[in-house]
Ligand binder design. Sequence first.
Ligand SMILES: [Zn+2]
Ligand SMILES: [Zn+2]
Length: 148
Amino acid sequence: MPKRNQQPELASKLSDKGIRLTKQRRILIDLIESANQHLHPSDLLYQAREKGVKLDRTTVYRTLTMLKELGLVEELDLLHLNGHEHYYEIRHDRGHIHIGCISCGKILELHTDCLSDLCDEIRQKTGFIIKTVRTEVAAVCPDCQRKT
Ligand SMILES: [Zn+2]
Ligand SMILES: [Zn+2]
């Protein structure tokens, strides 16, 4: 999975929007920003605890909801390969496809120009203005193909 370090800081985007950064929010934002995988809320709780910061589940969910509503973070179900859990990642201007292995649950990210081609086609054919693109593909990974 690509590193997310090149992303402009969420913190400055939030203060641009006039949102006050409590210590807890700041920790969460740092963790989300430095993540190199899709985050489950319990990952955030665990990682914060590892850093010696006590957070409760409600704060984590509230912060994620706020970031999602501001369009800074995407909520993903990743094909529900892991039950009903939802995951979060920083929203990128350039979209990517999530490819999930239905056999082992591995998730791969593919950055491709075909998404912007698809958006162009949607715009031309429907006149809709696209706000979010989320593409998830269910597949069988090469490792699992070898096993069967
Ligand atoms: Zn697999
Ligand atoms: Zn992703």
